[in-house]
Design a protein around this ligand. Sequence first.
Ligand SMILES: [Fe+2]
Length: 356
Amino acid sequence: MTRLLSSPTHMPALSRIDPLTTLDVAMPAEPLYPAYLPVRPEGFTATLDVPAFDAEEPGLRADPELPDILSSKAALKNITPRVGTEIRSLQLSQLTPAGLDQVALLAAQRGVLVFRDQDFADIGPERQLAIAKHFGPLHKHPTMGYPQGTGPEFQVVYADETVGNLRDLLGERTNYDLWHVDQTFTPNTPGNAFFWVLEMPASGGGDTAFTSLTAAYKALSPTFREGLHHLKLLHTSASVGEIARVGQERALKEAVKTEHPLVISHPVTKEPVLFVNPTIARQVVGYKPSESDLLLGFLHDHIRSLDFSCRVSWEKGTVVVWDQRTVAHSAVPDFKDGERRHMVRIISYGSQPQPL
Ligand SMILES: [Fe+2]
């Protein structure tokens, strides 16, 4: 072997090595979790216009010392100083209600929590639903599929060789960033999201990216921030993704809309949040379109910075919990055409966003 390596004539020509093909891994012939394949009854379901309600914030009930998380044998590691914490050796499914409150508080503070080596995917839909419900009433998606025998509180994100993936849905683009906060077009907005993996693309990819909207706010000058404080954005369910999914006509016809302050006070941490949402809130209330496009163009570019963002790689057993008021997120649909990616999401509602 040594002789071979030392002899240039026996070394493979580097130009012939294509890492994209040499690292290919065969996809299992059948889905690993067939019970969680998405189904959807035939017929029309309008987007839910959930009226305003008083929501409890579980993070406000939490012991700020986080005893159930920090004093166990759990190992915590910040993904970056500004956003994201990875947690090992702690089972979400074993936490008491007080422990789940602490998860909500830590998610509010860190934006995104990446729980590794969880049994969550295998505890069954009833227990999954019960844990997510602890965080608040659950969002019901009007168009995404859910596992047979469950309901639209479960939202299955599924790609394979027949259904295609997000790239197919959005059509030809130079990139597929789709930064957003989920479903913010109602008076109460989503608080926490549970997102877990059932099967990852065999050849890799399919990460999820998160960016801190509190860190993005802090990076702005005090003078610029002041100019934002009195502004509101129009949030609409006729989002970029929903128009791609159901068509513009239907998306506009059933659009649910509301206005939220552009800068909000986080209901748990009380930190200012730059509450922009590039796919759902594309109009500054009272601005002419070109003024709105100019300001939001800058802010949407600003929040994408690597200064405030992180990228989460999924592994078998990973469950991600995030606070939708602290971070925005984007899928990274970079995986190979036709490969299977199977994820499930449940979102709870939090309170109504309040200005500073
Ligand atoms: Fe999302």
